[in-house]
Design a protein around this ligand. Structure first.
Ligand code: FAD
Ligand code: FES
Ligand code: FES
Length: 491
């Protein structure tokens, strides 16, 4: 058992024995280390001004990820190396190629957003296969907001930086790998102090024991929800137990039952494997928050929060996913839709936690679609999200339909009446109309700041029309996606 956390800031090793379990990386950097290059803008993961670079070993490989320091807790750095904008300069004092490109191409005016942009840009340069395409660059930078420069010069600077040779950090790959291997001791960490208690279980068994012993503790995976309870809700959390740093929960594996995504797997880590099974899930995942949010936020944390507007649950419910829960030594499985009981209430016993979610292999010929409706394309919470899985008989009738919506009820919910209206029918305009009528009985959405009840009901019906246009035999191939958005060029 260890009683401190250990990580590197730049090239300096830190071992910290006592601190609040909700101390954020941003506050620690600015207040304790006086590294004020990392800025505080929104303090809720939206603006990217606080972006820092966290390096970890994933298997034997070093992986560089941009994250929002404002909603990362300090302990989340255990076993990692952290780089801030102050670490980018070469020993001779030269600017990093990204910084140089920002200067030469006028990528900053007031400069407040600039360190955050620079860190996201450096992270993108270190992403294997990073593309020069504007769409990919926009996605990489969607979590960074600038209110004065305009994005065109920043995107130009990104392209120039990508075309330059490596940087000062590349020369340290071996050293960093050796350091991080030395930090990975698999120990459970336990820290108690006047500001609260922290448990970082060394494995899933230790997590099960710790949580069973204190079911009132707060589980934290990536903290992209819990971080805001602290920075915006000003909550204190007397006992925090980490899920996100448990190594045996950070696994994705193909099993006979399907793709098993462990509770510590982030959206970034899971995206490729999920998209390989459900191509339409890729766009939904790409639109969850931003690069920084997906680098920290987990698929299972998205389920754990029980939100009616989380993007993952409807997609996974339509795909027939099964939740794996554990309480002490007891394991159980649950169809994901049965986990959500009512607003803020899930089928989870005291001391029980989500171990994984298993996504079954799609049946041959299954048609899967998922559509997110939000006010902005990137970095926005859904007003409505509809996910659809249809299978067809050999004669063209709909053999089965699984349909789930977010934003339409107090929980992510299946559209049972709509499914019944589709089952056994040919996929015709008459069936579409019947399904749209049935959907009115499935949901009674509410009005809130994201949209009115009328809008939600109408758009959900329209998503069925989109599904029909994309998948019905006489219409398949109809262009329904935002045409041309990929071609928008910053010239
Ligand atoms: C700027 C921003 C944008 C966002 N955009 C989106 C978006 O577009 N779509 C979307 O769906 N979400 C969005 N989110 C919300 C959030 O990113 C997701 O819900 C994310 O998947 C949460 O995962 P996490 O690992 O960060 O969870 P955490 O914050 O660590 O935990 C979330 C909840 O789950 C519980 N929990 C965590 N792990 C477990 C477990 N193993 N067992 C039981 N309970 C557990 C926690 O106690 C907590 O209640 C956004 C958040 C931010 C800050
Ligand atoms: S300060 Fe805005 S994302 Fe962190
Ligand atoms: S340069 Fe002012 S906010 Fe970006």
């Amino acid at each position: 058992m260890r009683q401190s956390i250990r990580f590197y800031l730049g090239n300096v090793r830190h071992e910290i024995p006592a601190f609040s379990p909700t101390r954020t990386v941003l506050d620690w950097l600015r207040e304790d280390k006086r590294r004020t290059g990392t800025k505080e803008g929104c303090n809720e993961g939206d603006c990217g001004a606080c972006t820092v670079l966290v390096v970890r070993l994933e298997g034997d490989k070093l992986v560089w990820r941009a994250v929002n320091a404002c909603i990362q807790f300090l302990w989340m750095l255990d076993g990692a190396q952290l780089f801030t904008v102050e670490d980018l300069r070469s020993p001779e004092g030269a600017l990093h190629p990204v910084q140089q490109a920002m200067v030469e191409l006028h990528g900053a005016q007031c400069g407040f957003c600039t360190p955050g942009f620079v860190m996201s840009m450096v992270a993108y340069c270190k992403t294997p296969g990073a593309s020069m395409e504007e769409d990919a660059i926009n996605t990489a930078l969607a979590g960074n907001l600038c209110r004065c420069t305009g994005y065109a010069p920043i995107v130009r600077a990104m392209k120039r930086a990508l075309s330059l040779p490596g940087d000062v950090l590349d020369t340290q790959t071996e050293v960093i790998t050796t350091r991080l291997k030395a930090l990975a001791d698999g120990e459970t960490v336990e820290i108690s102090g006047p500001e609260g208690r922290l448990t970082l279980p060394g494995n899933a068994d230790a997590l099960a024991t710790a949580y069973q012993a204190d079911p009132q503790a707060t589980l934290v995976a990536g903290a992209t929800d819990v971080g805001l309870w602290v920075t915006k809700g000003l909550r204190t959390l007397p006992h925090v137990i980490s899920v996100g740093l448990v190594p045996d929960l950070r696994t994705i594996e193909h099993t006979p039952d399907g793709l098993r995504v462990g509770a510590a797997v982030t959206y970034t880590q899971a995206k490729e494997a999920i998209a390989a099974m459900l191509p339409d899930a890729e766009e939904v995942i790409r639109r969850i928050g931003s690069t920084q949010v997906r680098n920290a936020g987990t698929v299972c944390g998205n389920i754990g929060n029980g939100s009616p507007i989380g993007d993952g649950p409807p997609v996974l419910i339509a795909a027939g996913a099964v939740l794996k829960l554990r309480c002490g030594e007891a394991h159980r499985s649950l169809p994901l839709e049965e986990y959500f009981l009512a607003y803020g209430k899930q089928d989870r016993k005291p001391g029980e936690f989500i171990e994984a979610v298993v996504i079954p292999q799609p049946q041959p010929g299954m048609v899967f679609r998922a559509y997110k409706i939000s006010k902005r394309f990137d970095q926005d919470i859904s007003a409505v999200l509809g996910a659809f899985a249809l299978t067809f008989d050999t004669d063209g009738r709909i053999a089965s339909a699984r349909i789930a919506f977010g934003g339409m009820a107090a929980i992510p919910k299946r559209a049972a009446m709509t499914e019944a209206a589709l089952q056994g029918q040919f996929w015709t305009e008459a069936t579409l109309t019947a399904a749209q009528d049935a959907m009115k009985a499935d949901f009674e959405p509410i009005s809130d700041m994201r949209s009115s009840a009328w809008y939600r009901q109408t758009v959900a019906g329209n998503l069925l029309t989109r599904l029909f246009a994309e998948t019905a035999p006489d219409y398949a191939g109809t262009e329904t996606r935002l045409a041309g958005w990929k071609e928008q060029a910053y010239v």
